[in-house]
Design a protein around this ligand. Structure first.
Ligand SMILES: Nc1ncnc2c1ncn2[C@@H]1O[C@H](COP(=O)(O)OP(=O)(O)OP(=O)(O)O)[C@@H](O)[C@H]1O
Ligand SMILES: [Mg+2]
Length: 143
């Protein structure tokens, strides 16, 4: 596990960009942290690092999943499971089908579906107050 400190929004975006440059098709990243922790900001950075148009990356709280695709680039499937009760809800909606679609899945509130996350899913947890964040990363080889 590595721990990275972010002092502001730009630091978190930069970290996301670094992650986005090394992710591979089929990767699953579970993101946890309170409301406003910076999960969507990090995801925007990941999208940018992957070479996708990141300007419109917003929390898909109402849609559960947003798809970002661009010719010649690995797609990003951005989930927000905040409104789901548990993994059964996720399965009932058939959303696990996305895991096998050859994109990168980033799942805000991934803990909610923790029971069915594949064992090789990466996990990122964001905590902090004010503009400072502590971001713990497990399962992504950033070093
Ligand atoms: N160091 C930081 N890293 C990321 N965001 C920061 C930081 N400092 C302040 N912020 C602010 O915190 C907010 C993070 O919002 P964001 O939508 O990314 O949170 P979230 O974890 O996705 O929340 P939600 O659970 O509601 O989807 C933004 O308003 C951003 O400007
Ligand atoms: Mg969000």
């Amino acid at each position: 596990m590595i721990t990275i400190e972010s002092n502001n929004l730009e630091d978190t975006l930069d970290l996301g960009r670094r992650i986005g440059r090394i992710v591979k098709p089929g990767d699953i990243i579970s993101l946890d942290g309170d409301l406003g922790a910076g999960k969507t900001v990090l995801t925007r950075g990941i999208a940018e690092g992957m070479g996708l148009d990141a300007d419109d990356v917003m929390s898909p709280t109402f849609a559960i999943v947003n798809e970002y695709e661009k010719e010649g680039v690995t797609p990003l499937f951005h989930f927000d499971t905040y409104r789901l009760q548990d993994a059964d809800d996720f399965l009932a909606c058939g959303l696990d089908e996305y895991f096998g679609r050859g994109g990168v899945c980033v799942i805000e509130w991934g803990n909610i579906i923790g029971d069915i996350l594949p064992g090789n899913a990466a996990r990122i947890e964001i905590t902090g107050v004010g503009d400072k964040r502590v971001i713990k990363i497990e399962g992504i080889g950033l070093c």
